[in-house]
Structure formats: structure tokens, C-alpha cells
Design a protein around this ligand. Structure first.
Ligand code: DHB
Length: 314
């Protein structure tokens, strides 16, 4: 049984797309809906549509990818409209559709959230506190004051769909402690998604004598297999430190079904696939689901939910 729940929402399989690649249009999101993915998640929306940073803004290698896209998206009204949602889900309206938000300011985030009050077609909201690519803006998740401010303001909005927050990777135990203490105070936080890209990496072209990415002076978010170990550690820390009724959704460097199993053991109730979805396309969900099923059979595991957080200490 590969099904799971996140914030009480049933996912037919525990694998879905990360916000970002191939998630900006109803057409792309429909392809995810048609696959074995257990849910469909939009590109992070801003209040107004925008084109993002200048090109080239992505770079791909076998072990790692970089992007400094700068949140190109069609604006919140597109991602929450009845027309878009029915185009995405078409006949299968039982598949959960989730919307990612990444406002450029706290006020923008609050305005976007107010538009979604009472919208029952949105299964959940993923509030992105971790975009590293907006020039001149800090990663909210690294700024405790700014993070507390937005979490406080969200608390004032009644009747939102189930809410989760997307976090950046943390690397230090003091940071984990501070963030966990903060998150555990907010009843409305039903899940955390970890990790976003490892911010401000640089890939260098020796031939050109320049960074591969032009925007943001070549600083860009790092993703793909290179970040998997950091992601596993973050998922494991959150499962150990957060209230038991906060689900952890794991993301970072998943390529195979075996990778998914590693995240489940560390405490992920579900996982997202970003970079591999970008390079392989939506058929990656069918492949990874099959591989997870085969791998679980081989190891004698019957269900995803019975595996979550069962990593044993030495
Ligand atoms: C973008 C946003 C993110 O949250 C991220 O991790 C990477 C890139 C963006 O569109 O720039």
C-alpha cells in the first residue's frame, strides 16, 4: 500500500511533484495529475504574474542542478481559478491539488491567502518561506523575526485550507532548535516541506571563465542528488523535533524508489520530486512509484505509513 496522508488529506501514492519545475501552467500540471503522482502542486505564485530573472538562469549536471529562476509564474488568480483547477484535474477531481505561495512581501502573502479562504477545491496550501532567488530579499526561513511575523499574521486568517510551510535547508543544531520551537507554537501548521534548494551556489564554466548562470551574479539554488543527504538530515530532525501532528514532506535529490524509502525511514509521510521531474518529465512519477513498490516487496514492507520514521538508532 503506497498511499499516505498529509494534513489528513489522502494521497493515493506518497510521491508528488515539488513546486518549481513543470508546474507553472494548467497543461503541465494536468500531466502530473494523469501520472501516478499522489497529488499535484503548483509553481509558487506571486500576487501578480511575472517573467522571472534573465536567461540563462538554469544549469543541469548529473549530480546537481542550479536555478535562479526568480519565480516566473502566472500570478495567484490563475492558480486558484475554477477554470485552471478543472483543466488540471479534468475527470480525476479526487486527486488533491495544492497551491504553493511565495509572495514578495508578507503583505502579498496575506493578500494571496485571503483570496483562498473557503476555497474547497484547494486541498492544501504550501507557504514557501525559502525562495533564495529574489534579488535583495532574504530567505524568510533564515530570519527568525520575519518568520515569526508572517506566522503570526497567518494565524489571524480563519477558514483557510490545510496549511503547510516550505523550509530552506538548515545546517546547524541551534537553528533547528529555534525554528522547531517557533513552528510548534502554531496550531495551523499541519505539515512542513523540507528542503527547498540550498541557496546561493555557483557553477563555473572554465571555458567561458564565467558562472553558467547569468542572473543574480551567478548565485543560484542548488538541487538534485548533491543535496539528498542534507535533505534526509533535515527531514529526520523535523520528525524528531516537531509536534507529532505536523507531517513532514521530504524533498531533495530523489531519483529512485530506493531514495523514497530513505526519506520514509527518516520520517517523511510523503515526498516530492523536483529536479528529476525537471529532467525526466512527468513519467518519472510512474517509474519511481513502481520502483518503490518493488523495493518494498523485496524488503518485506507492506505499507508506506508503517515505515515512516522507523530509522533505528545504532
Ligand atoms: C525559485 C524559487 C524557489 O523557492 C527555489 O527554491 C528556487 C527557485 C525561483 O523561482 O527562483
Amino acid at each position: 500500500d503506497l498511499s499516505t496522508t498529509v494534513a489528513g488529506i489522502r494521497l493515493s501514492t506518497c510521491i508528488y511533484n515539488a513546486s518549481g519545475p513543470r508546474s507553472g501552467s494548467a497543461e503541465a500540471l494536468h500531466k502530473i495529475a494523469q501520472s501516478s503522482a499522489g497529488a499535484v502542486l503548483s509553481k509558487s505564485a506571486t500576487l501578480l504574474a511575472q517573467d522571472g530573472n534573465p536567461l540563462p538562469r538554469t544549469w543541469q549536471h548529473t549530480e546537481a542542478s542550479l536555478n535562479s529562476e526568480g519565480l516566473p509564474n502566472k500570478g495567484i488568480d490563475y492558480y486558484i481559478s475554477d477554470e485552471t483547477i478543472s483543466e488540471i484535474l479534468q475527470s480525476d477531481s479526487s486527486k488533491p491539488y495544492m497551491v504553493s505561495l511565495s509572495g514578495k512581501t508578507t503583505a502579498d502573502n496575506i493578500t494571496m491567502l485571503r483570496k483562498m479562504v473557503g476555497n474547497t477545491k484547494i486541498a492544501a496550501i504550501e507557504l514557501n518561506l525559502a525562495c533564495p532567488n529574489i534579488i535583495g530579499k532574504p530567505v524568510v526561513g533564515y530570519d527568525m523575526e520575519q518568520m515569526k511575523d508572517i506566522l503570526d499574521q497567518v494565524s489571524q486568517i480563519p477558514n483557510l485550507p490545510p496549511m503547510g510551510i516550505k523550509l530552506p535547508p538548515y545546517l546547524d543544531s541551534v537553528q533547528f532548535q529555534q525554528v522547531a520551537t517557533l513552528i510548534n507554537q502554531y496550531e495551523w501548521i499541519q505539515f512542513v516541506v523540507s528542503i527547498n534548494t540550498l541557496g546561493n551556489a555557483t557553477a563555473v564554466s572554465v571555458e567561458a571563465g564565467m558562472p553558467y548562470i547569468s542572473s543574480n551574479d551567478g548565485f543560484a539554488g542548488l538541487s538534485g542528488p548533491a543535496v539528498k543527504y542534507t535533505a534526509l538530515a533535515n527531514v529526520r530532525k523535523w520528525r524528531q523535533m516537531l509536534r507529532p501532528n505536523i507531517d513532514v514532506v521530504g524533498v531533495g535529490g530523489i531519483v529512485t524508489g530506493r531514495d523514497v524509502l530513505e526519506f520514509l525511514l527518516c520520517g517523511a509521510a510523503a515526498v516530492q520530486v523536483g529536479t528529476q521531474h525537471w529532467s525526466e518529465g512527468p513519467k518519472c512519477f510512474d517509474r519511481i512509484v513502481q520502483e518503490l513498490s518493488d523495493c518494498m516487496k523485496e524488503l518485506g514492507h507492506e505499507s508506506v505509513t508503517s515505515l515512516v520514521g522507523t530509522l533505528q538508532p545504532w
